[in-house]
Write a protein that binds this ligand. Sequence first.
Ligand SMILES: [Zn+2]
Length: 184
Amino acid sequence: MTALPRGGRPAEALTAVEATIEDRWRLFLAEYGVAAGTTEEIDLAESVVADTSVFEWRVVDAAFDRLTCSDCGNRLGSGPVGCEKCDQADGFRFAAIETDRPATPPGTEHGLRVATAVARTRHRYGARARCGFELGLPLLLDGELPGTPQAQAYRAAINRLTEEECERVTSFDEVTRLSSRRVR
Ligand SMILES: [Zn+2]
């Protein structure tokens, strides 16, 4: 489980999403009659990452969590940018299946999936990018997808913060408050 340094609702949302990833993996293991903690589990994880496009994203993320990168030693796909194996794995991650939940705008599940990936491998992104994605996590988890104008307004507000502020804020309201003080 990833402890999100900024805390607040984004950290709570990430914990909740990670719980659904683990639940989904347990179900997946049961479907295949594989026990957790066995070499069969690792074999199954390897078969998932061999073709991510036919599995749900939670299954794919859980599979990556169980594999170690032979080049950098981190969880596969979670090493530093520039580790070729991890960069490639991180790309394949996004080929996984995303199914929108009922009564949510199309694309919400994609947004949740990307925000989750960013929050879990945040060292792979810049301070402003991870700020936007991590603050979006609670909204997406609640089934809300900010429209384009709203997303652009958030991005513009984030761009007015210092990187240190970007790391500290825990909501878009806070971003808006901080950035509005800065308008000339
Ligand atoms: Zn690596």
